[in-house]
Ligand binder design. Structure first.
Ligand SMILES: Nc1nc2c(ncn2[C@@H]2O[C@H](COP(=O)(O)OP(=O)(O)OP(=O)(O)O)[C@@H](O)[C@H]2O)c(=O)[nH]1
Ligand SMILES: [Mg+2]
Length: 708
């Protein structure tokens, strides 16, 4: 057996071939002769183990530095070319004196006068210092070179324009406030439109941008924001893209949650606030009280000695709107709003959408320069060459000067709402910017992920060493636990809801995702977002939903009929909604339906024990409880509990239920009966209570509260 082992051991085999041939002088081994073969092998080892004489040893070690290399160095340190003494001390985490001492051994020949800033050009010396210090090394590029900033290829806003280039521009006014306080009605009244009648569920769910021509001939750009709690991000975007905030507070409702939030956002964006106290036409409203509650949140109106203008209006009855407009114009004049209409365009994406007819489309508020057809623009990770410009009313326009909201067509990649729009010189430059931005995004992601990856690696390593130690402790033949091998990939049985969200505009999708992010009961039912996007449901969405067994939520978008048929065939649920809170309620219902059922007791009836009597059954006497049913019904097949005082003395089933010597299935209220319990030794006492119940499935509802 050992011979066979030796044979397999290839180095020995090579020794065998080389040296045995040499020794024996034969071309073929007599391997059939066992004794002779073993002698050859042992001889070959003698041949290998040629001992050096003492003189040879002296000659060999002469001239070598007397370095004691650490046999088993522990830590690996990074080294690079041309390190300074200080650099080496830093990587070794030692002081420079340690490096100086090591240099006495590592560099015996030169007479360099080392200081902490001396650059060591000889890499061998650096390596020796590290080894002497008991470390191993890894050669890496110089860290500075590694972190050297890649030249930015990004597009950036231009520096402030010279004063002589500035021209007056219309103010951008953002209307904010709590849901249903009358923001859209106010804008409808100012523009003579009726947007409010077209809204689903009577609430605004998009940020809208409109131009209003005042009777004075001045133009004002208004941004209408949704007041519903779900649209926080849209409100914030509105506040950041505006010059003035008109805070609409309904006098009958007063200061509410989103009123306070709007005040905070306007403050954060450093934008002046003008208050419109709305619904003053309603009987019994108290404007004074509204002003006082505003003051509690730092908005002190002029009437209360503060500096904020508050104008009572009725948006519905168009009362006092001219005073509001006057106040707005005055505020705009005070701000002396100007912008440079020349040069490259700068702006902000108010909303972005994927229209089934017109394609990628974004509403852009121009803030500087003049946007024209043919302009090449970048915005976030989107870019395009302007093909069509439409005004807020949908009329095609040739150009859009500062403070104009326009709908832009021609996007190659759709931007996201809130992205900064910058015009660039050419399509080539735009793709360069996009390449750089994608790279930058990747780098940021890598950086963000690196911590998590390192933690995961450390965890794996720890598990590996623990497993190794366990294996060693178990011994060679017990490395694997008894029984069948466990599956490498464990099936996940945790209840989960996978969702795929499609929405009409980027802002709605963002709002839905923001809401889903507040879900906090993953330990009960996991909620996973598998995909999201702007636009109608696509075949790709169906594929994803099929793979992940996801429910598709289509908010304000259609599912083409052929896809709906296919989805039905594949059993994929597509849920269409156009009111955000209904969609959220639907998600909640889906989650609730996945919560594992709980068993719950359902009381069927109660009986009172009157007395116990013994009946003969076979050769044995067994106790029977003579009872009267006091509540509900008693069922023969149900479960029973006998309570004595506060104590439960029996839990189980019945062996028999009799009424006047007849075996029955139920006993109604007020009827007397004889109950024999399955446990023959259990004895009842008069006035014990017999409770009859059954176990039923009970479903729970999710406790997730998205805040509305
Ligand atoms: N009586 C009265 N009702 C008003 C007035 N302004 C608005 N309303 C009513 O208030 C309700 C809500 O008005 P909207 O304009 O949709 O309110 P909103 O602030 O835009 O609501 P969201 O955009 O969903 O936050 C509608 O039924 C309006 O008719 C007003 O001045 N007086
Ligand atoms: Mg509205």
């Amino acid at each position: 057996m050992y011979r066979r082992l030796l044979f397999r051991w290839s180095p020995i085999r090579s020794i065998k071939k080389e040296y045995l041939l040499h020794l024996t002088g034969h071309s073929k081994l007599p391997i059939d002769n066992k004794q002779q073969w073993m002698r050859h092998v042992s001889l070959s080892f003698v041949y290998c183990k040629k001992r050096r004489s003492e003189e040879e040893k002296v000659v060999e070690t002469k001239g070598r530095p007397a370095i004691r290399y650490s046999a088993k160095a522990s830590e690996v340190v990074d080294i690079w070319r041309n390190m300074t003494v200080q650099d080496i001390a830093n990587v070794l985490k030692k002081d420079v004196d340690h490096v100086f001492k090591a240099l006495e051994f590592a560099d015996k020949t030169s007479d360099t006068d080392y200081t902490k800033d001396t650059v060591i050009h000889n890499p061998q010396i650096i390596r020796d210092i590290v080894k002497i210090s008991g470390f191993r090394f890894k050669i890496v590029p110089k860290p500075d070179e590694l972190v050297e900033e890649e030249e930015s290829k990004d597009a950036l806003p231009a520096p402030p324009a010279p004063l002589e280039a500035l021209r007056p521009r219309p103010p951008v006014v953002c209307v904010m406030g709590h849901v249903d306080h009358g923001k859209t009605t106010l804008l409808d009244s100012l523009r003579d439109t009726s947007v409010v009648d077209t809204e689903f569920g009577g609430i605004t769910q998009h940020i809208g941008a409109f131009e209003v021509k005042l009777p004075s001939g001045d133009k004002v750009t208004f941004l209408d924001t949704p007041g519903h709690a779900a649209f926080t991000a849209m409100r914030s975007r509105g506040a950041h893209a505006t010059d003035v905030v008109v805070l609409v507070v309904a006098a009958d409702d007063g200061v509410m949650e989103q009123t306070v939030e709007s005040i905070r956002m306007a403050r954060e964006a450093n934008v002046p606030i003008l208050v419109a106290i709305n619904k003053m036409d309603k009987p019994g409203v108290n404007i004074e009280k509204t002003m006082q509650s505003l003051a509690q949140h730092g908005i002190v109106c002029e009437a209360l000695g503060g500096d904020v203008q508050a104008i009572p209006v009725s948006a519905l009855k168009k009362q006092n709107l001219d005073t509001l407009v006057e106040a707005l114009t005055l505020q705009a004049q005070l701000m002396d709003l100007k912008a440079d209409p020349g040069g490259y365009v700068e702006g902000v994406v108010i909303e972005a959408q994927l229209d089934p007819r017109t394609g990628k489309q974004a509403t852009v508020l121009v803030q500087r320069g003049t946007l024209r057809r043919g302009s090449v623009v970048v915005a976030g990770l989107g870019w395009g060459k302007v093909r069509v410009l439409n005004s807020a009313e949908g009329r095609p326009v040739q150009e859009a000067p500062p403070s104009t909201p326009v709908s832009v067509l021609g996007w190659r990649e759709l931007p996201s709402a809130g992205d900064q729009v910058l015009e660039v010189a050419s399509e080539k430059r735009a793709s360069e910017v996009l390449r750089w931005r994608h790279g930058q995004r990747m780098r940021e992601k890598q950086q963000a992920d690196s911590g998590a990856i390192a933690a995961k690696e450390a965890e794996h390593q720890q598990q590996y060493y623990a497993r190794l130690a366990r294996k060693r402790a178990m011994g060679r033949y017990k490395m694997r636990p008894e029984g069948p091998r466990q599956k490498m990939i464990q099936e996940d049985h945790h209840p989960a809801l996978n969702v795929l969200v499609k929405g009409d505009v980027d802002g709605s999708v963002e709002a839905i995702l923001d809401i889903l992010e507040t879900y906090d009961e993953h330990d009960i039912v996991r909620l996973d977002l598998v995909h999201f996007g702007v636009g109608q449901v696509t075949p790709n969405d169906l594929e994803i939903a099929e793979v992940f067994k996801a429910v598709i939520y289509a908010f304000n978008v259609e599912c083409p009929p052929p896809l709906a048929v296919e989805a039905k065939k594949k059993n994929i649920a597509i849920k269409k909604h156009n009111i955000i809170y209904r969609l959220v309620d639907d998600v909640k219902d889906e989650i609730s339906s996945r919560i594992p059922k709980r068993q719950e007791e359902e009381l069927l009836g109660e009986a009172n024990v009157l007395q116990q009597f013994m009946v003969t059954e076979g050769k044995k006497k067994v106790p029977v409880a003579g009872c009267r049913c006091t509540k509900g019904n008693l069922a023969r097949s149900a479960l029973y509990r006998v309570v004595r005082g506060q104590e439960v003395v029996y839990e189980g089933k019945l062996a028999s239920m009799k009424h006047l010597k007849e075996e029955v299935k139920t006993i109604k209220s007020d009827m007397e009966c004889g109950l024999r319990f399955e446990d023959r030794d259990f004895e009842v006492k008069p006035s014990d209570t017999v409770v009859c119940y059954k176990m039923v499935d009970a479903s729970d509802k999710t406790g997730w509260d998205p805040g509305f």
